[in-house]
Write a protein that binds this ligand. Structure first.
Ligand SMILES: C[S@@+](CC[C@H](N)C(=O)[O-])C[C@H]1O[C@@H](n2cnc3c(N)ncnc32)[C@H](O)[C@@H]1O
Length: 291
């Protein structure tokens, strides 16, 4: 996949239901804010973000738990001042994007949204623009996967330190591939946050994010768990009747891996980016969001 920056679609601004124009499907319709009540109180920062997100009126779906979004804001706060950018891989309808955007002005960082579906990027940008208009200018949209983002952006810019939030591919092979690409810019990565580390499913999906982390960072990588941890009695630990997905009991929904206390066990130090990922095609379009 070549990968390139795309411009936000300004025609979404006046629409009641931007997902209809974009053709982004709403599956369960779950909205994390519907479960926010128990999380209110301990963090004025999180409360302010939740308040702003609640003001926008457009249909959407979130795919992480409210526990996870609360913890994500806490991690971005705890690491405040140590990173310049959050690279969010896999945005869907902007659940995590909104939380990250709510932190951007407060902790002074820029955001790159990365997704293989351009319309998901457009939807997520519009959700950010409606809730946090002051942040929209700090957001770039990269249409592509992690290897193409590394090739077209990180290896060229070679600047600053990023937190990479990974909730894109969930299958073992592409997650290993994404992490491997990041190894070539490790000095520019402060922390990797991986979502759905507790997810399993059918062989078609090969959901093994946690084992991909093992493959690349070794069997004893250092991480902080975030988000929900299900009890073995919870029915979500059994395959669901739709795609057969389920969650491992006792395993965290997300894992935070600071690069300072982890090292890449793969790829071999003699391997080079072009050797593993090819020379790459020139992007067809390179339209950057105005600075
Ligand atoms: C689980 S959803 C993300 C949910 C989102 N983080 C939230 O908070 O609701 C996964 C997203 O990853 C994107 N995606 C799938 N494979 C990808 C890949 N290899 N690289 C980048 N994005 C990918 C999908 O298009 C989708 O938007």
């Amino acid at each position: 996949m070549p990968g390139c920056f795309i411009e936000p679609d300004s025609s979404l601004a006046g629409l009641e239901s931007p997902h209809l124009k974009l053709g982004v499907p709403i599956h369960s319709g779950y909205q994390a804010l519907s479960e926010v009540a128990p999380f209110r109180g301990p963090s004025r920062i999180f409360d302010a973000i939740a308040d702003r997100l609640a003001t926008i009126d457009m249909p959407y779906e979130d795919q992480c738990s409210i526990d996870y979004y609360f913890d994500l804001v806490r991690v971005l706060r705890d690491l405040n001042g140590e990173y310049d950018r959050v690279v969010e891989v896999g945005v869907y309808m902007g659940g995590a994007s909104g939380m990250i955007a709510g932190c951007a002005e407060r902790f002074d960082f820029d955001i790159d949204l990365v997704d293989i579906r351009a319309n998901n990027l457009q939807f997520s940008h519009e959700r950010i623009r409606r809730a946090f208009p002051e942040v929209a200018e700090r957001v770039r949209l990269f249409h592509g996967d992690v290897p193409s983002y590394v090739r077209e952006v990180m290896l060229k810019e070679r600047a600053g330190r990023s937190i990479v939030h990974h909730d894109g591919a969930h299958a073992f092979n592409p997650v290993v591939s994404d992490l491997t690409a990041l190894s070539f810019v490790r000095q520019h990565i402060h922390t990797i946050i991986a979502q759905d580390t507790h997810l399993r499913g059918t062989l078609d999906n090969m959901n093994f994010v946690d084992l991909a982390l093992n493959a690349v960072f070794g069997p004893d990588f250092n991480y902080m768990p975030i988000g929900k941890v299900y009890d073995a009695n919870d029915n979500r630990t059994a395959p669901n009747p739709y795609q057969g997905n389920y969650f491992l009991p006792g395993v965290a929904e997300g894992m935070v891996l600071p690069m300072a206390v982890n090292s890449f066990h793969y790829p071999h130090p003699s391997m080079i980016f072009e050797g593993l990922f090819g020379p790459g095609d020139a992007p067809k379009e390179d339209v950057r969001v105005a600075a």
